[in-house]
Design a protein around this ligand. Structure first.
Ligand code: NAD
Length: 333
C-alpha cells in the first residue's frame, strides 16, 4: 500500500513535529496493532505498518486502502528496519511472538522475536535520530506478584515465562536507550487483551473447541486462574491517550481494568454466548494452564485512570462482548 495523503493536525503533546505525525507501527497488521492503526489514521497521522505477516492479516488493515503505507518486513532483518525508520516521529512497537505457551517447547523464539527485535528497533531509531517509542509490554513482567492489585512501582520483577523475560528485557533495553541516547518512552504493561479480530487467547480457543465439539469444553487447569482483561479498542485508546497526555522520559503504565475474571466464568460466558445447551465443561486440573502461566494477575490501573482515561468495558463486559463478536467472526455450525 502506498501513502498518498498527508493530513495536517494539531498535536496535543510535545513531539517535535509541526504538522502531521509520522508513526511507525510494528505489528500493525496484528490483533491489537490494527485497532491502534485505525485510531491513528482517524487522528490524521501518517501511518506505516511494519509487519512480517506471521500472525498479522491483510484484512485487518485493507480498509485503509492507500491512506497507509505497508512494509512487509521482519524485525530480525536490521537493514529492513533501518530502511523503514527515517522521518518517523513515534514508533509504536507491538510486533512480537504473542504465544506465551510456545516458550515451553521452543526456547529461543521470545529471545529473538522479543528482545533482539526490540534491540533492532532501538538501534534503527538511534541511527535515524528517531526519539519516541511506545512499547507493548505485559503484566507478565510482574511474575507471581505478592502485591495485588499490582502497581507499576512493584518490584523486584521476576517473570516466570520466557515471554515475560523477553518483555522485561525489552523494557530494560528501552530505558537504557532513554538514558544513553535521549529517547522518550512509553512502556505499556497490558492486561489480557480481548476483542474483535482476536486470533489467539482463551476466548478464541474456547470458541474453536466448541465449534469442533458443541457437547464438551476442555479447560486447561482448574478454572480458578483469574486475570485482568481489557477490551482491545479500550487498549488502543489508552495507548493513544497516554502518548498524548504524558511526557516524562519514561512513562510506564498498566493498561487494564479494575476487576478480574476467572477462567471458569469465561468458559460459562462463552458457552452462554454460543447458545449451545448441556455443554459439559471439563477441567484438566492443576492451578495453572501451562508451565509459566501466572495463575492470578490483578493489575492496578489507577495511574491510567488518573490520566483521565475511562475504559468502555470492565473485565467481564470485555469478555462477553468479545465472545459474541468472535462467534460472529469465526462462525458456528
Ligand atoms: P498479534 O500476533 O496479533 O500481533 C503481532 C504482530 O506482529 C503480527 O501482525 C505479526 O505478524 C507481527 N510480527 C511478529 N513477529 C514479527 C517480526 N519478527 N517482524 C515483523 N512483524 C512481526 O498479537 P497481539 O495480541 O496483537 O499482540 C501485540 C503486542 O502486544 C505483542 O507485543 C504482545 O506481546 C503484546 N501483548 C499482547 C497481549 C494480549 O493479550 N493480546 C497481552 C500483553 C501483551
Amino acid at each position: 500500500m502506498k501513502l498518498i495523503s498527508r493530513i495536517n493536525v494539531g498535536l496535543k503533546n510535545n513531539f517535535h513535529v509541526a504538522q502531521s505525525m509520522k508513526v511507525l507501527v510494528t505489528g500493525g497488521a496484528g490483533f491489537i496493532g490494527s485497532h491502534l492503526v485505525d485510531l491513528l489514521v482517524e487522528r490524521g497521522d501518517e501511518v506505516t505498518i511494519f509487519d512480517n505477516m506471521s500472525s498479522g492479516r491483510a484484512e485487518f488493515f485493507a480498509h485503509h486502502g492507500e491512506n497507509i503505507q505497508f512494509v512487509e518486513g521482519d524485525l530480525l532483518d536490521l537493514a529492513a528496519v533501518k530502511a523503514a525508520m527515517p522521518g518517523t516521529d513515534l514508533v509504536f512497537h507491538l510486533a512480537a511472538n504473542p504465544d506465551i505457551r510456545l516458550g515451553t517447547r521452543v526456547t529461543d523464539t521470545d529471545l529473538k522475536q522479543g528482545t533482539i527485535a526490540t534491540y533492532n528497533v532501538l538501534e534503527s531509531m538511534r541511527c535515524a535520530d528517531v526519539k519516541n517509542i511506545a512499547f507493548a509490554s505485559s503484566s507478565v513482567v510482574y511474575g507471581e506478584a505478592s502485591e495485588m492489585p499490582t502497581p507499576e512501582t512493584y518490584g523486584p520483577l521476576f517473570p516466570i515465562s520466557l515471554y515475560g523475560a523477553s518483555k522485561l528485557g525489552s523494557e530494560a533495553l528501552i530505558t537504557s536507550w532513554v538514558g544513553t541516547f535521549g529517547l522518550k518512552a512509553w512502556l505499556f504493561r497490558f492486561a489480557n487483551i480481548v476483542g474483535a479480530r482476536g486470533t489467539h487467547g482463551v476466548i478464541f480457543d474456547f470458541i474453536h473447541k466448541l465449534k469442533a465439539d458443541p457437547t464438551r469444553l476442555e479447560v486447561l487447569g482448574n478454572g480458578r486462574q483469574e486475570k485482568s482483561y481489557m477490551e482491545v479498542i479500550d487498549c488502543a485508546r489508552a495507548m493513544v491517550h497516554l502518548t498524548e497526555s504524558t511526557n516524562d522520559q519514561v512513562n510506564c503504565f498498566n493498561l487494564g481494568t479494575h476487576d478480574t475474571c476467572s477462567v471458569r466464568r469465561i468458559a460459562e460466558i462463552v458457552v452462554e454466548e454460543t447458545g449451545f445447551e448441556n455443554v459439559s465443561i471439563e477441567y484438566t486440573g492443576g492451578d495453572r494452564g501451562w508451565a509459566g502461566d501466572v495463575p492470578k494477575t490483578m493489575l492496578d490501573p489507577s495511574a491510567l485512570f488518573d490520566q483521565g482515561f475511562t475504559p468502555n468495558y470492565d473485565s467481564e463486559g470485555a469478555i462477553r462482548h468479545t465472545a459474541s463478536t468472535l462467534i460472529q467472526e469465526i462462525g458456528l455450525p
